[in-house]
Write a protein that binds this ligand. Structure first.
Ligand SMILES: Cc1cc2nc3c(=O)[nH]c(=O)nc-3n(C[C@H](O)[C@H](O)[C@H](O)COP(=O)(O)OP(=O)(O)OC[C@H]3O[C@@H](n4cnc5c(N)ncnc54)[C@H](O)[C@@H]3O)c2cc1C
Length: 312
């Protein structure tokens, strides 16, 4: 679980921060619209960044004031509590993508770029390597932190380097330094409980030429598979991690929990590891449903399901 902590916010700091935001500094701003679940209370303060220099400047300023913050990308792997976030949320909308000339083919994407759009753009250029991500929501930064993956591939497979903001300095890190594992990285492990995270600024991916357009065909198959197997309702994707050697969805289904509803939150009938927002779900509904699922799966199968989403 992530937390932001009470902090003194001098007016001068707020005024300076406001200069970096696309819409200035917004107060008491609902966060639900910035999440794929469409759930969650307001941010005490929200700063939307769409230029990487502004993101770095804001981070440096926060660092100098030892001020805590939370960084949000596409909001597709989080559940924000109904109380909202006390403090500052940085919303990363830095989306520039560059395609350096030469071989091997590379793409350099700012961390707020939507991953699925990057995957589609790569395919459009006849390049393979990110096709697994054609329908994975969220940003490049979120994908790096959580080593997003699907269909047997993951972010770590094609990532070469990142540019990272870390305690007031910008550093380059090679992919192998990020200690990737199943849906995690050293950055994600650091996040737990931290109110001053390290921030992915940019990622460099290495792709492969795909003259026969096999990757495009794979992408189409992945999209069709998702349409068949996943709900289209508002959700945060898989709620629980797959336990070693098994699938969370299989266990939840076998426990007879498909369709179980608490308030506006429901275990999807299409994919049991998805909790869907029927329209008016609160974070409390989702948390109660998660607890029910964990208790039932533990009781029936002796397996402790761990949340895949981050509860903020
Ligand atoms: C319908 C659906 C399907 C999904 N399918 C998949 C799937 O197939 N595979 C998969 O892996 N995931 C899947 N997900 C989950 C989600 O798409 C991924 O976890 C995604 O990578 C999250 O990115 P984000 O930008 O939305 O991160 P957010 O939800 O915004 O943030 C997640 C965490 O990363 C941190 N963070 C975000 N950006 C940065 C940054 N630039 N620097 C440092 N920290 C940062 C945040 O503080 C937070 O702790 C799915 C989600 C949905 C809703």
């Amino acid at each position: 679980m992530l937390a932001t902590f009470a902090h003194e916010w001098p007016q001068k700091l707020l005024d300076e921060l406001a200069q970096f935001g696309r819409y200035g500094l917004q107060f008491n701003q609902p966060l639900a619209p910035y999440t794929s679940f469409r759930i969650g209370g307001p941010a005490e303060m929200l700063l939307t960044l769409h230029r990487i220099e502004n993101l770095i400047n804001a981070l440096d300023l926060l660092h100098r004031h030892r001020a805590p913050f939370l960084i949000l990308g596409g909001g597709s792997n989080v559940l924000i509590r109904d109380e909202g976030v006390a403090g500052l949320v940085l919303l990363n909308q830095c989306r520039e993508v560059r395609w350096p000339e030469g071989a091997p083919p590379l793409v350099r994407a700012e961390s707020g770029a939507p991953l699925a759009q990057l995957a589609r753009a790569s395919l459009g250029r006849g390049l393979a390597g990110l096709e697994w991500a054609v329908s994975v929501p969220g940003t490049v930064g979120g994908a790096v932190v959580g080593n997003a993956g699907a269909h047997g591939q993951c972010t770590a497979d094609s990532l070469r380097r990142i540019r990272l903001w870390r305690n007031g300095e910008v550093v380059e890190m090679a992919a192998h330094e990020l200690a990737f594992d199943y849906r995690t990285s050293m950055l994600k492990r650091r996040l737990a409980g931290s109110s001053r995270p390290w921030v992915v600024l940019e990622a460099l991916f290495q792709l492969q030429p795909d003259p026969t357009r096999e990757a495009q065909k794979r992408a189409e198959a992945y999209i069709a598979h998702r349409r068949r197997t996943q709900p289209v309702n508002k959700s945060a994707g898989s709620i629980f991690k797959n336990p070693p050697g098994d699938y969370a969805g299989r266990l939840i289904e076998a426990a007879g929990l498909k369709g179980l509803t608490i308030g506006g939150a429901c275990v999807s009938k299409k994919h049991a590891n998805f909790i869907i927002n029927l329209g008016d779900a609160t974070a409390a509904d989702v948390l109660a449903l998660m607890t029910r699922i964990q208790e039932e799966v533990l009781r029936r199968f002796g397996v402790r399901l761990e949340p895949e989403i981050q509860i903020i």
